[in-house]
Design a protein around this ligand. Sequence first.
Ligand code: PRX
Length: 660
Amino acid sequence: MGGSDEHIESMMHERRHFPPPRHGSERAHIPGPEAYDDLRDQAARDPEGFWAERAKALLDWDSEWDTVLEADWETPEFKWFAGGKLNACANCLDRHVASGRGEKTALIWQGEPEDDVRQFTYAELRDEVVKFAKVLKKWGVGKGDRVAVYLPMIPELPIAMLACARIGAVHSVVFAGFSAHSLQNRIQDCEAKVLITADAVIRAGKQIPLKTNGDEALEACPSVEHCIVVNRAGLDVAMHEGRDVWWHDAVAGDDGTDCPPESMDAEDLLFILYTSGSTGKPKGVVHTTGGYLTYTAQTTQWVFDIQEDDVYWCTADIGWITGHSYILYGPLALGATTVMFEGVPSYPQPDRFWQVVEKFKVTIFYTAPTVIRALMREGPQWTETRDLSSLRLLGSVGEPINPEAWMWYHDHVGKGELPVLDTWWQTETGGIMISAVPYATTLKPGSASQPLPGIEADIVDRDGEPVGPNRGGHLVVKTPWPGMLRNVYGDPARYKSTYFERFPGMYESGDSARMDEEGYFWIMGRLDDVINVSGHRLGTAEIESALVAHEAVAEAAVVGMPHEVKGQAIYAYVTLKSTFQENDELRKVLRQHVRTEIGAIATPEIIQFAPGLPKTRSGKIMRRILRKIAADETNAFGDTSTLADPTVIADLIDGKNLLG
Ligand code: PRX
């Protein structure tokens, strides 16, 4: 494991406070501190009664549950609303059509090319989903089958996900920036029956082929019977006879019949989403239907205070959990208008996000600190030439937002008025866990504020004892919540060992944090060997395996290094086999190799050739030392007495200095 408790120390002392705005509070879901305290007390007094009432108020159920919660921390096994029946797609679409919102805009899609815009009302989106649900059925997909979705940010992505949900199939979305190899691993792990992909991704004005990755992945995926291909860029791609079909051909000639939503048990799987852990291959995080949808709908309402006339935009990619929960399921369950954007913040120029805000009069905007830091660098002028007056709330997610970035966001995007809601959560938690509530919480830049009502989070030491105010420790959750992951797909032992073993009766997040005297949480970062690059989790073990898979590499150790825009970047120490020469050409080859093996986000920022790595006498690499060298903190290495060969440190520092 990376950090032991002695390294958990927070250096941050931020004193600025921002009370909640008054304007807008009259109609807010949580209009002020009293209403908030009431909710928190209710939830604490009777958690099951509280969540049962929420589940009923937020969703339409085909039939009610037998039990609200069955929790066994030992096995572990958690069930929310077991025996209850519902369909996630019907809750996101049909019921809104039935209740008179059919003509309301559900989805606004802005493609990267300015003129590529598609808008769907709730009725239109439902029709598209029904059409595609029938295609899936026709191709043999049924309840419980897994469907891999490897698509760019185009409307077919949410349509495919909702179509799966409609027929009770389990979607497994793989971010389109991942490589063929990563896609292959994920398909093999969940044994998907169908792959949905596209000819290409359009990004920053370029076309990046995607179907070729799909083909390469499918060379070793016997479970996949069919591949459905969206024509995004008009590329001429090879179609495999009998296996591949174009999306537009598959839906052509639709007979207009309905495809009634499958009534699912609350605990039936809704989706699998892979995420990196500290060891081994990525974990298939399992989310189920009733709890996940209750939780995402509830948190969307509390944190973003969505009202009937809001235009809400979350800039994440749907390939990550943020997009699943806060572009798709949360907002649509509430009947909101959600914006989906195919492009990037800086293309064709650094005002693109603000241009989209202006164009659609976006009212609620949710992005990542890395975006804010990148735009900060470009200067505030880009926020000044666009009309941002429609905005009323700003959100942040993915990594700690440093107070300077918070202030810039607040001052330049929020014109010194709008609340910035820093939301802490994880793929595993399904939805936001720690966050301010816009009209009830006084904000402190850099703090995610407090756990939401119904969430009991704490900071504990290595023995699981609460550390008390202003001491760093392990961030844990002490009571079950409806959005929590239910398993690691196909690997319950890993589910237990990763999240529930170290601190009995608690969920271990893997993050460190400190709580101040007012109960505000200050998240410090990962305690395990996970690197957070631009808000994306990457396991060091995965990158190391990719490097070692190259013929020139004998050994590799990867750590995170501080990076101004990305938060963290990847620093790789590589020991070559004796027959290979250290040179810049090989460095380039290795960077490209990792890119091909995992994806562009995993490309090492720096590769340092190292004849030796700092190891203990038992052969364990001391990453703490490597992290310090990467961060140029070479004055205090702590205890190095267990090193087998202490001279490697000096060699590594010399090597680093040569890199410049
Ligand atoms: O370290 C925390 C960081 O991102 C991790 C979760 O990554 P992932 O599962 O990919 O989900 C990202 C989007 C929810 C956490 O363990 N993290 C996420 N949000 C914050 C954060 N760190 C600090 N502050 C946040 N607001």
